[in-house]
Design a protein around this ligand. Structure first.
Ligand SMILES: [Zn+2]
Length: 195
């Protein structure tokens, strides 16, 4: 085992802490071979078109109407560039109460990290579903994930791939879906000598 391999083997994969050692070993292997980015790019299509807060609000509201119609209302949804994925939060859900017509009403606010403007729709959906599920379930427990997979059957796969993407970026990899004018016809050169 070379020193570089040892370093990589002991490197903390902080977005993947919840996964087993077998999985982590495979991820490190992919990173060593510089294949994590191409794997993700190959698994998903182009970036989605939801580029502003209004479109994001509509998208989340439609999901809510479809799956959680009777849950408490969301009154605000927006992209937030102050959410640092570094701190391991991908989105945020805030519940607050206020008196309305003599009654205490809960309101919910959903923030999505700006990074999710430039990702495939599957990734955005994963975040939206996750934050919507928090309206009903506060903890990341069994009922919470049950609700997530009810809204999106592939939830766990998407969450894993979102975490792989964050790991890829953190390791200095290219943002795979950035930029509106990407020439998709041009073959992507494999990054060599990158970190
Ligand atoms: Zn959460």
């Amino acid at each position: 085992m070379t020193i570089a391999t040892q370093e990589l083997a002991s490197q903390e994969l902080k977005y993947l802490g919840a996964y087993g050692e077998d999985t982590l070993r495979q991820v490190r292997q992919l990173m060593r071979e510089d294949r994590l980015g191409s794997l993700l790019a190959g698994r998903y299509g182009q970036a989605h078109e939801i580029r502003n807060d209004k479109a994001l609000y509509q998208y989340v509201q439609e999901l809510k109407n479809e799956f959680l119609r009777n849950a408490e209302p969301i009154n605000k949804v927006f992209f937030d560039n102050k959410i640092h994925v570094i701190s391991q939060a991908l989105g945020m859900h805030t519940a607050f109460s206020r008196v309305q017509g003599g009654k205490l009403k809960a309101k919910h606010e959903i923030k999505v990290a700006t990074l999710f403007k430039n990702v495939p729709l599957e990734f955005l959906k994963m975040i939206a579903v996750h934050e919507l599920a928090h309206i009903k379930e506060k903890q990341h427990d069994k009922p919470f994930y049950k609700l997530c997979t009810y809204m999106e059957p592939h939830y766990h796969q998407y969450e894993f791939d979102v975490r792989l993407y964050l790991t890829h970026i953190e390791a200095g990899g290219n943002r795979l879906w950035d930029g509106p004018d990407q020439d998709l016809a041009a073959p992507q050169r494999p990054a060599t000598g990158g970190r």
